[in-house]
Design a protein around this ligand. Structure first.
Ligand code: ADP
Length: 484
């Protein structure tokens, strides 16, 4: 019998499961006497290492398994790329401290194709899975079978976030232990026929793809760091339930302020965040419009803005969608109280109304207010306090790398359609455009294009249509545009 220490490596032969081959569990089985070799009676976690595949299983003793064998079900064998009769090595897996999972994202599918359509209640399933897999280790990429309401499913672990970031990786693999507070996010492809209900957060689980996220492909250049900052604060807090938030000392963010010079991409970002949070184009309200369009009714307009969210919360509770209110030029309606010269106190009333509404959403988890301004200094201080527009993200002028990305974004179409002359050096243009905003860089591209058009026009007989094929936007066109 092997010495049951932490470093013990046991060699065992793979065999099939004693019950049904598709035993719906994350358990492997060995003989009761071998189980003692792992030093813990009952269930322990194993580190299973063989031809390049490493994952952790729980193990239980079973009378029908002979000594020196480990029984794996077909999903486990496929995942470990082993067959019955193969030899694998096993060591006891001791989870590091703080190894509890905060969030686990899993992709659901049926065990067999063609199973009937099924609606899954995320809250119920979460409770069931947690009781079944409590204290077990799950690894990203691992496939696990389970039964729910008489139907067999598999889930694949998509993302595992543990409490302490630095232990998120073990041998470069993300894994953690399921505990009662683990928050489960379910995903199912539409092709699977599985419909997940009761999980508003299933939409926002996209955030877990954050690392693969390519901002440039969404038409936003040079704001990677700012975007990640927003992600961390707004997105993560949206998908974690309040008790988990409290436990890890994080707070829900109700409001954010994006501030910085005009034309730097604040609206672009806010729009994108809105889209990612609830999967559709967000509504953007414009401060001056709110003010001028309905003179005398601004306070009512502000109340109306929040009405849908309040209604939803009352009728649907947490199942309702997230309401994102994007306020462009928020300084127009939220100037410091007492700062306006009209002496009418109109502004004061509006600021108070907005503050009341923001404070009123305390109990609500379904509102995110994003304010944007070029004049942070003009805003009423009270609006920027914790619990209100509490996260302030500066969107400043792009640096050279950012300018290059922005130029690439705005010349992409012409490049793809061969309108961009090979002599155009975007790197050089990025170097020459210090202090240009994104909007100004876009202007340079437009202006260069019109130079190219004009040149083509003057070369042609004006009675003939322009030969579009021959239009090339050259470096000279860009340099001329820069002189404007
Ligand atoms: P802001 O809200 O900061 O005043 P916008 O987001 O409205 O600026 O930007 C105006 C336009 O300028 C955008 O529609 C976009 O075409 C361009 N632009 C500004 N910043 C960027 C950026 N970082 N990346 C790509 N395009 C940008």
């Amino acid at each position: 019998m092997a010495d049951p220490t932490e470093s013990t490596v046991m060699t065992m032969a793979v065999t099939t499961t004693p019950t049904s081959d598709l035993a719906l569990t994350n358990l492997a089985y060995c003989s009761p006497s071998d189980l003692h070799c792992f030093a813990v009676p009952g269930t322990i976690d194993l580190f299973l290492a063989n031809v390049g595949e490493v994952f952790v299983l729980s193990i239980s003793g079973h009378e029908s398994i002979s000594d020196g064998s480990i029984a794996l079900n077909s999903i486990q064998r496929r995942h470990a790329r082993v067959s019955a009769g193969d030899i694998v090595s096993l060591t006891r897996f001791i989870p590091p401290e703080n190894f509890n999972l905060t969030v686990l994202t899993v992709d659901l599918e049926f065990v067999r194709k063609g199973t009937r359509n099924e609606q899954i209640d995320a809250t119920l399933l979460s409770t069931q899975l947690k009781s079944k897999f409590i204290n077990q280790v799950l690894t990203v990429g691992q496939r696990v079978t389970f039964e729910y309401h008489g139907t067999n499913y598999i889930f694949t672990v998509n993302r595992a976030v543990v409490e302490a970031d630095d232990v998120n990786q073990t041998n470069g693999i993300e894994r953690g232990v399921i505990c009662k507070d683990t928050y489960l996010v379910f995903k199912a492809s539409s092709a699977s026929g599985i419909k997940i209900v009761n999980q508003r957060e299933s939409v926002t689980s996209k955030i877990f793809k954050e690392r693969e996220f390519n901002l440039q492909s969404l038409g936003i250049g040079g704001l990677g760091a700012e975007f990640v900052a927003i992600f961390r604060r707004a997105f993560t807090s949206r998908i974690l339930p309040r008790d988990v938030m409290n436990r890890i000392g994080a707070k829900h963010v109700k409001g954010m302020l994006l501030f910085g010079p005009p034309g730097t991409g604040k609206t672009l970002m806010a729009r994108q965040i809105g889209k990612m949070l609830n999967g559709k184009e967000p509504k953007i309200v414009n401060g001056p419009e709110v003010l001028s369009k309905f003179i005398g009714e601004t306070e009512k307009n502000i109340r109306d803005l929040f009405a849908d969210a309040e209604n939803d919360q009352r009728t649907l509770g947490d199942a309702g969608e997230l309401h994102i209110i994007i306020f462009d030029e928020i300084d127009a309606i939220c100037k410091s109280r007492g700062s306006t010269r009209d002496g009418t106190g109109v502004h004061d009333g509006i600021v108070n109304q907005l503050l009341t509404k923001i404070d009123g959403v305390e109990a609500l988890n379904n509102v995110l207010l994003i304010g944007m301004t070029n004049r942070k200094d003009m805003l009423d201080e009270a609006l920027l306090r914790p619990g209100r527009l509490e996260v302030h993200i500066e969107i400043s002028l792009p640096d050279e790398v950012g300018r290059l990305q922005i130029l690439q974004i705005h010349t992409k179409k012409m490049k793809d359609n061969s309108f961009l002359s090979p002599d155009v050096n975007l790197q050089e243009l990025a170097a020459r455009t210090k202090n240009y905003s994104g909007a100004e860089l876009e202007g340079v591209v437009k202006s260069a294009t019109s130079y190219a058009f004009n040149r083509q026009l003057s070369m042609e007989d004006l009675t003939k249509p322009v030969d579009e094929e021959n239009i090339k936007i050259t470096m000279d066109d860009f340099l001329q545009a820069l002189l404007e």
